[in-house]
Design a protein around this ligand. Sequence first.
Ligand SMILES: [Zn+2]
Length: 179
Amino acid sequence: MQQRFSDSFSKVEARAISQHDDFMLDTIRFFRNANKLYRRFDDWKGVDRFYFIPLNLNMTYCIGGYSINMADGPVYLGTFIRNIVEHPDLFEFRCPKCGKTLYPYGFNGSPLSGRVDLQSMCDCGWEGYEMVSGWRKRSDALKAAQREDKFRLSKYQFRVKCLKEQHSTVEELLGWLKK
Ligand SMILES: [Zn+2]
């Protein structure tokens, strides 16, 4: 696989390629295409195999040998996006360059200082993060969204087990949206 262009993910992508880390590569695909997946959320949110695409997000904060997680267990694409669009007060911000409304493709921060960085990319070319305050309320919102999806997830996992389905990928979802 060749790198298509150079951006803030190129480094981590190169490492994932050398380690044959397909999971990370698929999550990088999400980072790069997050705005499109937000825009088209209504089209794919009802499809379980897309909703429950696992993401390899770093949402852990480590201090003195302890790690504190912003989420409970694996974070799925649909849960992640739904939580954000349902809480614009916590996650939406304006592009500092063009003023467009942005949603983050990732966020992490410190439960001690409370600082959270909402990472995003804008269609105008701006890339970066918005620094906000309030780690706990954002963690609580995500964990609540995960609990709300538990029943749907267990039904889906049961079907996956019975039908021996493979979980889907961001790559497959992007291909499906093009059809
Ligand atoms: Zn912009």
